[in-house]
Ligand binder design. Structure first.
Ligand SMILES: [Zn+2]
Ligand SMILES: [Zn+2]
Length: 137
């Protein structure tokens, strides 16, 4: 079990919880690049019931390339993306790893959406790389 806590840049949104992360990964999709203003995002997936979020949040509803809903949760005051959730993964919430207070336990080992990876990015320690989202079946 990992005890985690974190929040947005201004501190109005805070979250905490305790869980075994379902996965830790790097996402190179264009939405993550736009959302973060960076070259990729790092997410930690946890069971939604294990996560407690405090403070007012706003949600931007979008669709993944499968056409299913993806919901991006951010702080309406400072704009930091905090979590997101996809309809195809019920009861799973992805924490944006840059919002964690303590990242010493963080060890992403898979990367997804490598098809849209920025050409200069090369990450060490990736056990698995997928061109898009790895889909069961
Ligand atoms: Zn904030
Ligand atoms: Zn992404």
């Amino acid at each position: 079990m990992v005890q985690f806590a974190g929040g947005c840049m201004c501190g109005k949104v805070r979250y905490s919880g305790e869980a075994d992360p379902i996965f830790q990964g790097v996402c190179h999709c264009t939405s993550c690049q736009k959302l973060t203003g960076s070259s990729f995002s790092v997410v930690v997936a946890v069971p939604t019931p294990a996560l407690k979020i405090e403070g007012e949040t706003k949600t931007f509803d979008s669709k993944g390339d499968s056409g299913n809903g993806i919901h991006f949760v951010f702080c309406p005051n400072c704009g930091s993306p905090v979590t997101d959730a996809a309809d195809i993964m019920p009861n799973v919430t992805m924490i944006r790893a840059g919002t964690l207070d303590d990242t010493s336990w963080l060890k992403p080992a898979m990367e997804i959406y490598c098809d849209s990876k920025q050409h200069w990015v090369s990450l060490a320690g990736m056990a698995q790389s997928f061109p898009k989202m790895p889909m069961p079946g």
